[in-house]
Design a protein around this ligand. Structure first.
Ligand code: GLY
Length: 350
């Protein structure tokens, strides 16, 4: 896959119009969820290039990242006369960019799409790197394809619409990018006041974060190897997220990843000698900003079962990405039931 075209802008209309000029398309559609329709659409709807665009609206939050919403997008495209040369603009958080990217990639065997992420999580992670898909059968991102957006437009002004919890959710992915890249980048992240962000500094951190992701994806677009580094914290984090959903106490993705990183950092330390001071400082940052995940021993068996569905697994063995220090990545580390129990004990006690 080629390097993804990412445009950082504060003039979304001008940037969008310039890009649309370069793309050959017949009809234009904008996919939004109910929240981004209400809070973000005004920022682009006045663009001349969007005057004739069809609108497609789906329900907000991850519960709508499902096959019903996907069918609604396909049906809306069909009903509004979309052809193979039509272009879909996904305006929203990761749910919209993932689902919209998948809808576009499969409609008439694939139409072009543009991502305009409106949440921090979508800016630094979901909208970049070509992963598209939906949740299925109670499992996260179970169905999907790799396919890059034509262009991703990152305008941090959209973050003014975001609440603190969603800011923190995106920031967890940035923290992960710090741990898998350089000590300098990690240090700036753990010393940043995410509750009262300096937006100019945050914007620089976002650009660096996207660069960390881009350079990894460029090496391994389809996650055969080094891209699994981007999954640090997710093996356990996804299980926390699915468990919380089953227990009707849903948690935001980034919170699950933050708590997943606590357990996985512990394993990094005991198995790979990951420095304890960096582990402790990272865990302290997570506890201060994200609180703790409510966990008891009765949940261990179910967490183990949920972890068996991780896409990194092979031959029925649970595999995980670990670090021996910041930026030193060990892929496909096998986890036993004992490792998982120890990790969970650590999360519970920390
Ligand atoms: N969110 C992890 C990845 O894109 O590979």
């Amino acid at each position: 896959m080629e390097r993804q075209n990412v445009v950082f802008t504060h003039m979304i209309c001008e940037s969008l119009e310039r890009a649309l000029h370069e793309i050959n398309f017949d009809k234009l559609f904008v996919l939004m969820d109910e929240t981004t329709r209400a809070k973000c659409y005004d920022k682009i709807r006045q663009c001349d290039a969007l005057a004739q665009a069809g609108e497609i609206i789906i329900g907000a939050t991850d519960t709508h990242k499902n096959v019903e919403s996907l069918c609604h997008v396909w049906e809306s495209l069909s009903r509004q006369g979309a052809t193979r040369k039509s272009l879909l603009i996904n305006l929203g958080g990761g749910m919209v960019t993932d689902l919209g990217g998948f809808a576009a990639s499969t409609f008439k065997r694939g139409i072009k799409f543009i991502n305009i992420p409106t949440t921090l999580l979508a800016m630094v992670d979901a909208s970049v790197g070509g992963k598209t898909g939906i949740n299925f059968n109670g499992l996260k991102n179970e169905i999907g394809v790799f396919n890059n957006a034509e262009t991703v437009f990152i305008d941090s002004d959209f973050l003014s619409t975001l609440d603190t919890q969603n800011m923190l959710s995106g920031y967890a992915e940035m923290l992960k990018h710090g741990l898998i890249s350089t000590a300098e980048h990690w240090a700036r992240l753990v010393n940043f006041d995410v509750m009262h962000p300096d937006m100019a500094e945050l914007q620089k951190l976002i650009q660096e974060s996207v660069e960390v992701k881009q350079s990894i994806v460029l090496e391994d677009a389809t996650e055969k190897g080094i891209r699994k580094a981007l999954n640090f914290g997710h093996t356990l984090g996804h299980a926390f997220e699915s468990l919380a959903m089953e227990q009707h106490r849903p948690i935001l993705h980034g919170y699950a990843v933050a708590w997943g990183m606590i357990g996985e950092l512990y394993l990094c330390h005991v198995r790979k000698n990951f420095p304890s001071d960096i582990m402790r400082q990272t865990i302290q940052f997570i506890k201060e900003n994200y609180g703790i995940f409510q966990l008891d021993c009765k949940m261990y068996a179910r967490i183990h079962e949920l972890m068996t569905h991780d896409k990194k697994n092979a031959d029925g063995i649970i595999r995980c990405t670990l670090l021996s220090s910041i930026g030193n990545i060990a892929l496909d580390e096998e986890l036993t039931q004992t490792d998982i129990n120890e990790m969970l004990d650590f999360v519970r006690e920390s």
